[in-house]
Design a binder for this molecule. Structure first.
Ligand code: NI
Length: 172
């Protein structure tokens, strides 16, 4: 297992839809193991494969028990939202690919998700609260959508300007 480097905005892999997983083999298992180690090291709640440079519809998540989850790492492959209801404000949402920036994001309160696990077995989830938010955030990554895309234009531009400045400074 290895900790993988995390791609950050504006890396192009983060802004395009990912490809469906077709093969459940040892390579996929190794990628999930590496992503698990990477997520643990980064102390995150979720990680999509595109964030470590793998163009696949794969995500992992772990929601702590004291925040409504079961504390275990789960892999989800080719997931889709089959039902969603309600609205909540996900306060101070962040992303490992959008460092040093947090903002409130409006999300569905509850989602039902269907997909496959890391071994290719069907999974069906009914999630609310933080688990629902994490799933929506990670599934956005599979569509090339970042949480900054769900903010007002003004807030998004604030972040983009900051990144442009940092990149300019780094290249000087
Ligand atoms: Ni993210």
């Amino acid at each position: 297992m290895a900790v993988l480097p995390i791609r950050t905005y504006p890396d192009p892999i983060l802004v395009k839809p990912a490809k469906s997983v077709e093969t459940f083999d040892e390579n996929l298992a190794a990628l999930i193991a590496d992503m698990t180690e990477t997520l643990t090291e980064a102390k995150g709640l979720g990680l999509a494969a595109v964030q470590v440079g793998a163009d696949l519809r794969l995500l992992i998540y772990r929601v702590p028990e004291d925040q409504g989850g079961d504390g275990l790492v789960h892999a989800l492959v080719n997931p889709r939202i089959v039902e969603s209801e309600g609205k909540i404000v996900s306060e101070n949402e962040g992303c490992l690919s959008v460092p040093e920036f947090r903002a409130d994001v409006v999300r569905a309160e509850r989602v039902c998700v269907e997909g496959l696990d890391g071994a290719g077995q069907p999974v069906s989830l009914d999630a609310c609260g933080l688990t629902s938010v994490v799933l929506q955030h990670e599934m956005d990554h599979l569509e090339g959508v970042l949480f900054i895309d769900r903010l007002s234009r003004l807030k998004r531009e604030m972040y983009r300007r900051r990144v442009r400045k940092q990149m300019k400074r780094a290249s000087e």
